[in-house]
Design a protein around this ligand. Structure first.
Ligand code: PMV
Length: 331
């Protein structure tokens, strides 16, 4: 018997970087998912087959042994080793697992791929050992794995990957999660440039320390955008959402986290009729998002591709983590 679990990626609509200090971020689950199939082993190793990401290997006593791909990839995979071990510890079982990881979420570009993989691993291993984990437990245990990759992440990615839908996150406050009333027409543009969230957060902190009188005001303004933006989202006021996205992008540029490639995709999307466009996530590369009337979405996608971006059409998704038992013979 094995267990398949899936979890969604995400995009940040408003509030990245300011959320590190104060004010909410608004985050949306998307219909690009990561999938993990877990099965039990006789020994205590954690085997990870992540062949479509280009690497596979196993952990024994927390030491990584590469089977294919570079040995340093163990750093990416150690989150899954830790998440699996935390689940077993939580359930009071000892054992080993095989994990087959497949993901439709591009890596390291701000779309929550590592959180989705961690959440799916946690849920799959939990179900494999009949743990009946609640969603809250899945989010918390997977966070232990994510910390290995991101140091001190805000915790929004693992929560949105677990619960799906729309999430409002503010430091020191409980998460608020909402179901979607209707779809919203978004396009993602990927610059394909990978970046480190941690480095970008450090750069903003440094700018803030040098110029608190200006940067504090920018952070407050972004926080206000998130609050007004959530209301516009519930009212499905696309024009308002678009205006707020444009302003949010300008403020993120002022914080120094946009790049020429991101700006090109943002302006291309606006030229092709987007109501609003902004970078999403930490910036420094990664992705931008645009909102538009349905009839303009194809033009925007072409504009993104003409400007060397990868265009990804997404739907928002209410579906958080899912698990399914697979008996041998099933697929
Ligand atoms: O690019 P991502 O998805 O890692 O987003 C980072 C969002 C920040 O606000 C910059 C950092 C955080 O932990 O909230």
């Amino acid at each position: 018997m094995s267990v398949e679990a899936t979890a969604p990626g995400k995009m940040i609509l408003f509030g990245e970087h300011s959320v590190v200090y104060r004010g909410p971020a608004i985050v949306l689950a998307i219909d690009r998912r990561a999938r993990v199939v877990a099965s039990k082993r006789e020994d205590k190793r954690v085997y990870i087959d992540a062949e479509d990401l280009g690497f596979s290997g196993y952990f024994e006593e927390n030491e990584y042994y590469a089977l294919s791909g570079k040995a340093w990839r163990g750093r990416n995979l150690s989150a899954l080793n830790v998440a699996s071990k935390k689940v077993m510890e939580h359930l009071g079982v000892e054992g080993g697992v095989n994990l087959v990881v497949r993901s439709m979420i591009p890596m390291a570009v701000g779309l929550g791929s590592s959180a989705a993989v961690c959440v799916a691993t946690t849920a799959a291993v939990g179900e494999l050992f009949n743990g009946n984990l609640t969603k809250k437990e899945i989010a918390e245990l997977s966070f232990e794995g994510e910390k290995i990759i991101h140091g001190t992440p805000s915790g929004v990615d693992n929560n949105v990957a677990t619960f799906g839908g729309i999430m409002k996150y503010e430091r020191g406050q409980p998460f608020e999660s909402f179901k979607l009333e209707q779809q919203l027409p978004f396009v993602i543009g990927n610059t394909r440039r990978k970046r480190s969230t941690k480095n970008l957060v450090d750069e903003v902190r440094f700018l803030k320390e040098k110029n608190p009188e200006i940067v504090d005001g920018i952070i407050d303004s972004i926080g206000k955008i998130s609050k007004i933006g959530l209301d516009a989202l519930f009212k499905r006021n696309l024009e308002k959402i678009g205006d707020l996205m444009n302003i949010n992008h300008g403020l993120l540029s002022a914080l120094g986290v946009s790049t020429p490639e991101l700006d090109e995709l943002v302006y291309a999307a606006r030229r092709e009729g987007a109501l609003g466009a902004k970078l999403t996530g930490a910036g420094g590369g990664g992705c931008m998002i645009a909102i538009a009337k349905d009839e303009n979405l194809s033009k925007i996608e072409k504009g993104i591709m003409r400007n060397k971006g990868q265009s990804i059409r997404v739907n928002l998704s209410d579906e958080g983590v899912t698990t399914r038992r697979i008996n041998s013979g099933d697929s």
